[in-house]
Ligand binder design. Structure first.
Ligand code: DGL
Length: 278
């Protein structure tokens, strides 16, 4: 395939969580160009009212699609996908790949019949999540725990900080010390920030369990939607609604992003030299 025929996807999240999905797409060995957008001025999505997200997310993505004309958009955020996927699809012509909490694979993988669902406070409480559980895990015990502290912890780690051990311990307590938690053997990571903390969670957990996320499934779906061939992903532009300090930008540069953009009020996209944030 020649360079001009390569397809381009836009990966979207509230912050750095979408990087766990982006990493899975890169690891899948697909010939695709990837741009990224983080609505980090609005972090954390898990604490925002549903109506506010349904109004904002499609408008923001629409503006980026107008600007960058991707062939597909990946909503690499469970909190946005479980409430605003239909609205995003209605707002743009390009195909949209959403992320679904990995309840089905967790239900298939458990041997004890007890699975954990670790997500944002919004996602654990959504009717969409209830429906997934009713459909795929009706005969399982599902222990839900919502954590915004872990979202914040992942953001800090990507910006070069230490892991927040209290946030990790609190989440593990919420899962393993809940009724039935002594038999829990699979945890569905249903927030894209959390695979970025997988090692910290696994090391601090009271015993080895399976930590599942949706990254590889999204990569497969993107491959199908864009009919992608094998090859290497190329990363280029990342746009942010809020400040990005130099340490955080390093995490993007380390992955191969070279162009930083700022999304201003009204969602206009302008180049960002990074001078404002140090
Ligand atoms: N990464 C997001 C998710 O998958 C949301 C984190 C947040 O902004 O609360 O749910």
């Amino acid at each position: 395939m020649s360079a001009t025929q390569r397809k381009r996807a836009l990966v979207f999240d509230s912050g750095v969580g979408g990087l766990s999905v982006l990493d899975a797409i890169v690891n899948a060995g697909l010939a695709v160009d990837l741009d990224y957008v983080a609505d980090n001025a609005w972090l954390p999505y898990g604490e925002k009212p549903d109506a506010a997200l349904v109004a904002r997310v499609p408008a923001l993505i629409r503006a980026l699609v107008d600007e960058w004309a991707p062939d597909a958009v990946v909503i690499a955020c469970n909190t946005a996908s479980t409430i605003a996927l239909d609205a995003v699809r209605a707002a743009i012509a390009a195909p949209v790949v959403g992320v679904v909490p990995p309840i089905k694979p967790a239900a298939e993988a458990t041997k004890t019949g007890v699975i954990g669902l670790l997500a944002t406070p919004a996602t654990v409480a959504r009717p969409y999540t209830d429906e997934l559980i009713a459909k795929f895990a009706a005969d399982k015990t599902v222990i839900r725990f919502g954590s915004t502290a872990l979202v914040d912890a992942a953001e800090r780690v990507l910006a070069g900080g230490e892991v927040n051990r209290e946030a990790v311990a609190e989440a593990l307590h919420g899962l393993f010390d809940a009724p039935g938690g002594d038999r829990l053997d699979v945890v569905a990571l249903a927030c894209t920030h959390f695979p970025l903390l997988r090692d910290a969670l696994a090391i601090a957990a009271p015993r080895p369990v399976l930590w599942l996320d949706s990254g590889a499934a999204i990569a497969r779906r993107l491959k199908d939607v864009l009919a992608l061939g094998d090859g290497s992903a190329r990363l280029r532009r990342a746009a942010f609604t809020g400040p990005v300090n130099a340490r955080l930008w390093l995490a993007f540069e380390a992955r191969g992003f070279s162009v930083r953009a700022r999304i201003e009020a009204g969602f206009s996209v302008v180049p960002d030299t990074g001078e404002r944030y140090g």
